[in-house]
Design a protein around this ligand. Structure first.
Ligand code: CP
Ligand code: NVA
Length: 308
């Protein structure tokens, strides 16, 4: 069973094939993100369940459109409307869904929910974000970097802000794709150590630097994300804003990176909190290419899972 649960659980060779395949599929559409079916429709006759226990714009729409472009059909399900939200076990839900659909994508809270779904499903399961990781996003981000700047191997990526789920998948990717990663943020919001140690064990440099201006020196890519994630308590908002204010990605910080550094944000963004509009809409920013590439990258992920 080829589940896509995390970037560190997928081989570097498979990851590379998916990124290159995504690029070919994008090119085959003549650069158009929109429109109906691709020339090749490998998902004809297949049904994909898209389960959301948290809100989503990009993940929901890009998976839905991607399946349709490949000739398949989707069913978008809200966790709250399923028996899942009313006490049916994840394991039973996984077994039942496996009798109806060919592929399951789930966005959930606890990583344990994803893992239990994958353990009991007899069809592939894709991680559409948990509190801990967001692998589909980073597949799109790697694709986007390489489209603009060539191979990411050996480059320097700097994350400024909260050491959250999106950072964790960047740390997984650093080890698998071979790039150096620096985290800059306040100590209470440091990422889990295991993510850093695992990447270091794969031979890449992973650094924590509290001074954001020192951190971005020599950066090829500067990345940030919301200061308050969907799973964070709303009551933490003010404290986090105070802790993170100095890590805002603004024109002064971008000027301290390499002159041709790219800026990424997975979106949704809180403009002028974690990044200024000047940076988001400025010459370094590739945020809308990132959003588009969710579509192409996930099509490659789904085809890899299904072997089609
Ligand atoms: N970046 C991302 O996953 O966006 P959504 O929450 O809108 O799906
Ligand atoms: N870190 C954010 C990412 C949203 C796509 C969250 O989990 O809310």
């Amino acid at each position: 069973m080829k589940h896509f649960l995390d970037i560190n659980k997928t081989s570097p060779k498979a990851l590379r094939q998916m990124i290159d395949h995504a690029r070919r599929m994008k090119d085959a559409r003549g650069g158009r993100p929109r429109g109906m079916e691709d020339d090749e429709t490998p998902l004809t006759g297949r049904m994909v369940a898209l389960i959301f226990e948290k809100p989503s714009t990009r993940t929901r729409v890009s998976f839905d459109v991607g399946v349709r472009q490949m000739g398949g059909q989707t069913m978008v399900l809200s966790g709250a409307d399923m028996q899942l939200g009313h006490g049916e076990t994840i394991a039973d839900t996984a077994r039942v869904l496996s009798r109806y659909v060919d592929l399951i994508m789930i966005r959930t809270f606890e990583e344990a929910t994803l893992l239990e779904m994958a353990e009991h499903a007899t069809v592939p399961v894709i991680n559409g974000l948990t509190n801990r990781t967001h692998p589909c996003q980073i597949m799109a981000d790697i694709m986007t970097f390489e489209e603009h700047r060539g191979p990411i191997a050996g480059r320097k990526v700097v994350w400024s802000g909260d050491g959250n789920n999106v950072f964790a998948s960047f740390a997984h990717a650093a080890g698998q794709f071979g790039f150096d990663l620096t985290f800059t943020g306040p100590e209470p919001l440091d990422p889990e150590r295991v993510f850093l140690d695992e990447a270091r064990a794969k031979g890449v440099q992973v650094t924590i630097e509290r001074d954001p201006f020192k951190a971005v020196a020599g950066a090829d890519l500067v990345v940030t994300d919301t200061w308050v994630s969907m799973h964070d308590p709303v009551s933490a908002r003010e404290r986090r804003h105070n802790q993170l204010r100095g890590y805002q990605v603004n024109a002064a910080l971008m000027a301290a990176a390499k002159p041709d550094a790219l800026f990424m944000h997975c979106l949704p963004a809180h403009r002028d909190d974690e990044a200024t509009s000047e940076v988001m809409d400025g010459p370094h920013s590739v945020i809308f290419d990132e959003a588009e590439n969710r579509l192409h990258a996930q099509k490659a992920v789904m085809r890899w899972c299904l072997g089609v």
